[in-house]
Design a protein around this ligand. Structure first.
Ligand code: NAP
Length: 224
């Protein structure tokens, strides 16, 4: 068996948790780092640390001071800043960097995707009077505030600390549904006409299958 390494995993994704479990099982010392966006993160194998590092410089210092052997960037594909920081910090600390890249979802027969490049374009692509499932991170909601004609069902993991800046909305405080049936039931119960989401890839795919089954359009923000 190879050398036991001390490894920092930049996480916040299912893939990061899976990688932590595998590496810990193989005897490596694992620390998973989360930004602290959710109040009750799922448990991970090994140690957990929460909060930013203070940029690439702070991350490089942390890697050196804590004696890590390797850095793994398993963050979300739309989390751009932390991935840039990881690249710079690994070089500064002289450590190998592994990047776990989640493939995007592929459009399949029956999918009605309206593909756009930005959240602003997604907002503008919503037809007047639509009822939209907004399946985005909480930090991306404010950009939709000007669509006062649209009813939003906003899915968030944690309740917001203050009212959202949307004219007409309701909240679904939950993680993404794990089955097509659960997502179909949600879409039907709220008479949703459109989904707005980003092409994250990975496990939150049940909503895409539900939209296909219900023949609903998905306004899909492409990978950066
Ligand atoms: P981001 O814009 O790329 O990062 C902003 C800042 O947050 C970073 O500069 C860093 O602060 C801190 N940060 C981000 N990820 C961190 C981590 N894993 N550990 C410690 N600090 C971290 O990131 P984001 O889009 O806000 O995503 C934050 C986290 O949520 C990531 O871990 C990501 O995997 C997870 N996540 C994101 C999404 C998404 O849609 N973006 C979806 C699901 C999960 P400092 O500069 O101070 O170090």
């Amino acid at each position: 068996m190879g050398k036991k390494e001390k490894i920092l995993i930049l996480g916040g994704t299912t893939e990061a948790a899976e990688r932590a479990a595998t590496l810990a099982r193989n005897g490596h010392e694992i620390v998973t780092s989360l930004a602290g966006r959710t109040s009750e993160p799922r448990p991970v194998a090994g140690e957990l640390r929460i909060g930013g590092f203070g940029g690439a410089e702070g991350l490089a210092e942390y890697l050196k001071c804590e004696g890590f052997d390797r850095l793994i960037d398993a963050t979300h594909p739309f989390a751009r800043q932390i991935s840039k920081n990881a690249d710079i910090a690994a070089k500064r600390a002289g450590l190998p960097l592994d990047t776990v890249t989640r493939p995007p979802w592929e459009k399949r027969p029956g999918d009605r995707w309206i593909e756009v490049d930005t959240l602003a374009a997604a907002r503008d692509a919503i037809p007047e009077g639509a009822r939209v499932l907004l399946a985005l991170g909480s930090q991306h909601i404010a950009g939709f505030a000007i669509r006062r004609d649209v009813h939003f069902l906003v899915r968030m993991i944690d309740p917001p600390s203050s009212p959202l800046p949307l004219a007409d909305y309701e909240l679904a405080i939950a993680r993404p549904g794990e089955t097509t049936e659960a997502e179909t039931a949600l879409l039907k119960a709220h008479a949703i006409s459109h989904i707005v989401c980003r092409n994250s890839g990975g496990p939150a795919y049940a909503k895409i299958e539900a939209a296909r089954d219900l023949n609903l359009p998905v306004i899909m923000v492409s990978r950066p």
